[in-house]
Design a protein around this ligand. Sequence first.
Ligand code: ZN
Ligand code: ZN
Length: 409
Amino acid sequence: MNRFIKISNAAVGMVLLTVGMVAASTAFAAGGVVESPTGVAPDRYVYYPGTEALNKNEIRLISCGTGLPAARRDQAATCWLAEIGNGDKFLFDVGTGSMTNVAALMIPYDFLDKVFLTHLHTDHWGDLTTLWAGGWTAGRTKPLRVWGPTGQTPDMGTAYAVEHFLKAYNWDAKTRDFVLSSKPGEITVKEFDYKAVNAVVYQENGVTIRSIPAIHAGDGPVSFILEYAGLKVVIGGDTFPNKWYIKYATGADVAIHETFLTPTDLVKFYGQSPAQAIGVGTQIHTSPPAFGKVMSTITPRHAIGYHFFNEQGTHDDILQGVRSTYSGPLSLAVDNMVWNITKDHIVERMIVSPDQAWGVNGPNKPPAPPAAGTVPDPISDFIKAGRWQPAEQAQAPMVDKFKKENDLK
Ligand SMILES: [Zn+2]
Ligand SMILES: [Zn+2]
């Protein structure tokens, strides 16, 4: 895989060919000639988050998770961030481990309040915990908003899942409510019919998001189609290739669709039995040749395959499978890739972001903590009486100094 750049229009071949021919006789840095030992290097084919304005008619798409349910440090589970030229940001799935990548983009949490879930496997919403509680403690001032599908019965739908998510994390919420405003700890759910075909689930500010059914593991999963400024980005959730994706993803500027590990690699690397591997890899998910067939049928300007551990041992098998049925523009995604999408170009780069990112304040003032006595104290007198006084004495000078500096009583 070319991790550095891919421009999926007709001019690319010429540009790269030209660069290649010149490079044969001239020493090139990643992005061009370095003219001076004390000057600035040209474009390095990387994206440093927060350093580039987004144009009005542009979408910046970021892979924050491309992996599998089993945890891996270099590939979190599914999460796509779409940043829109009108200022909106949408998270599509927030799979286990993915918030580490999202947080490294240093986007204020108030801008990350809209989450669209394709389905309720943990590798697609497991890190809602982190977005919910982490964002609450690090500057989000308003409730999270979650959109997701119904199920065959109410207990298989998104509203049930979120309601019981909040019940499961009741201790977390109640203990934070005592010291923080409870508002950012709320979650608003908009559930929509999983069987609805190309139905609008969101329409505001020039952005339309539609859903189509998916075929995966049980009823409920969907894929999303985002349209803005004449651009169409399809965010495919887990699915066997389906007729709705073929029909409604046709003409997409960017089409994301899962492509799963081959049955051979599921046995070899994932420890699955052959019977399990052939079922998981070719019935519940999309195999590489099937992915290629989807893409050669819908012919997007750019195709993105994901949902496999992308390493030396798997990459060639996946690529060969895809290339047996599709020869168009392609990324086999890993985490922290970015695509700038406009009418004129689709540019792919890698993100360079810090391992040690902090939350960043947004423009909104944090809501006031609750007034004394309005929220039940979650700590009893019995527990309070166990506080070890030498610790209070040890920290007293630091506490006094801080209170004086900050006008606190
Ligand atoms: Zn799934
Ligand atoms: Zn999945």
